[in-house]
Design a protein around this ligand. Sequence first.
Ligand code: HSE
Length: 437
Amino acid sequence: MTSKKSINVGIIGFGTVGSGTACILIENADIIKRRLGIPVKLKKIADLDIKRDRGVKLGDVQLTNDAKGLITDPDIDIVVELIGGYKPAKEFILDAIKHKKHVVTANKALLAVHGEEIYAAAQKAGVTVGFEASVAGGIPILRSLRDGLAANQIESIYGIVNGTCNYILTLMTNEGRKFDEVLKEAQAKGYAEADPTFDIEGIDSAHKLAILTMLAFGTPVKFEDIYTEGISKITPLDIDFARDLGYKIKLLAITKKARGEVEARVHPTMLPGDFSIATVDGVFNALNVVGNAVGSTMFSGRGAGDMPTGSAVVSDIMDIGRDILSGCAGRMPVAAFREREPLKIRKMEDITSCYYLRFAAMDKPGVLSRISGVLGKNNISIESVIQKGRGAAEAVPLVMMTHEAVERNVRSALAEINTMDCVAGPTMVIRVEEGQK
Ligand code: HSE
């Protein structure tokens, strides 16, 4: 044990998560001290704007514009980066590591793209980088992968890790409303950013998936290898068909290990309506993790917001505090594995899945057989067919559910079908996962 009187913290970034973190460190100081044995002291907060009242009773916490001064303050043990984005967050983190500070961050975009450089720098400097808050806000999923499930070969993770998309899909499902309309409402309520691209196009989920994949399988992950598709093309019609078939549509971040490779993909997915995570609606996040020893597990909770994300940030501060007090900082490798094994991310064309295909088909004799003929030629077997509506003049929705097929074959079949004169527009494709209950 050291003779330290307190663990001293500096926060860079006094926005939503910075405010939640400060609030928890101050308001829960007593329980934090009881758990650690000594207090965690918030010494400084650096932000460009130190005038605006964030509604946090800061007491003797020093507010400063000088992030560099905070990083080099010899009294500060842990630098907490909560500004987000790439620049100057990366420089701040690397600078803190250079000054032998432990770092805590919620910055998934930065870690997904530049994580390896940061983990290597931290490992070399003998400091820790905590990033529990970077995935699924308040749900302790990274700690669970690193600690609680450490004995397992992870088989798969299915994650609803973007609350904005889950909120939009929930309203579309429950109220039969269109994507654009619900997105506008989500923006008005502050659930979606003014520029919601990262959320709705699946990029935020892919950032989080890169981190989950790295921790689940002990492999470095190249962000650009993750297939990413968002929810903007989902229509109320698809949601209705899904319901009729017993499914719900969720934006899923999926990672699986199979045949010596890893699948890492983000896309709208049909899940059985009674599958654990399919029942998690609204802004909530949920993850289904299957391990070879533990079986199927389920995590759910708030994935964003000042206090839930602050809860994860403070848990990292306390974890590092405990290691400092026991003189074993760096006990857990930053990337969780002492021996890492680089795994190839399977090309999207090579994955297999079941598919929901919605054709805009002319309602004429022979159309079904022409479409199914092309599917058959491409080795795609049909499980069921539904046609709704009638009318020779206009296209009607024709839905086919397939058995397991190779994505490359599906793409090649649709390239042909979409140009046929009996089809009035591009085919809607949604992958179907049955999951493990
Ligand atoms: N924008 C994210 C979401 C929250 O909608 O879940 C922060 O990761």
